[in-house]
Ligand binder design. Sequence first.
Ligand code: NDP
Ligand code: PYC
Length: 339
Amino acid sequence: MSEPDDVSLSLSDLFDLARKVLLHHGLSAAHADAIARVITQGQRDECHSHGLYRLLGCVRSVLSGKVNQHAQPTIRDVSPGVLAVDAHYGFSLLAFETGLPRLAEKARSQGIAAMAINRCFHFSALWPEVEAIAAHGLVALAMNPSHSWVAPAGGTRGVFGTNPIAFAWPRAEGHPFLFDFATSAIARGDIELHAREGKSIPAHWAIDREGRATTDARAALEGAMQTFGGHKGSALAAMVELLAGALIGDLTSMESQSLDDGAGLSPCHGELVIAIDPKRFLGSEYAIGEARAERLFEAIVTQGARLPSQRRFDARTRSERDGVRVSRSLYNEIMEVFH
Ligand code: NDP
Ligand code: PYC
């Protein structure tokens, strides 16, 4: 009898599997926990490019010997509204978790605060981070460069990373208003998944080595990705390079790519995270600002449009009830490390 195409896992099985693989490869328990949590959240919310699939790149990066597997992030207080967390060339997620309480504290006392995460290997989606900040009642913005896979609008060679921007607005009831997207037409992870599955891609996602639009996922990975929204996405991608690279004393995507030197590891750079306390901004008018935001959301959904990330929240409800399904080929590849 042939095996089913998918493997069914509960969320706790998924977390345990990811954690076991990471520990097996020598990561400290603190890093393994932080990474397994975010990988589980990615799969749970059906963002397949940043769920269990990410474990493969993570392990590849660890095997290279370049990742500091036991790095203990350290916090530097830069000013009343700014902190910097040095990841010491470990993965970014533990650095984020380490800095979050101090970021929230600073945002509450100053009204707005920024956290630079420096010298980190970075592979993860950003919504779990802005969602965690929103859980403190704070507005959140996060962004980071990656490797220079993306051509500027009108160009043909990679300059920008896929440079995600994530935003969360806390709400009194239910999930925050939240979006999280690459400034490229699509996350690179999605093109990689298309290539793995032998599927074609839409022609506006990328160009091949000769600068021609391509529907071939492998040719796209060898060529350059396109920004979303033409020159608008291109300008936003440049902004991310400046704010989460040059401004925080860390690498741009071009520099991260040079550092990688063809090894194909997770990008190594910085991340900028901003937290804003609406209660500080609005004072006694907080309820008025909150009501204004709610009217905006209502005007979106009452005409049949949906709020960003609603698909992810719906997937979360399903996954928490039924568990997740993972492609058998990915599952087998991950299990191979134990043989
Ligand atoms: P998507 O295009 O899948 O989604 C972008 C956002 O738009 C999501 O919040 C999504 O919500 C929302 N959205 C999609 N369709 C609609 C719609 N019809 N109406 C309203 N909102 C909608 O994301 P990307 O491919 O750009 O990125 C995927 C992930 O990759 C991100 O989470 C990002 O953080 C991660 N990434 C990480 C990088 C890194 O360097 N670490 C680099 C690049 C990407 P929903 O999901 O609910 O549809
Ligand atoms: O999917 O573009 C991507 C990506 C880059 C780094 C992590 N994810």
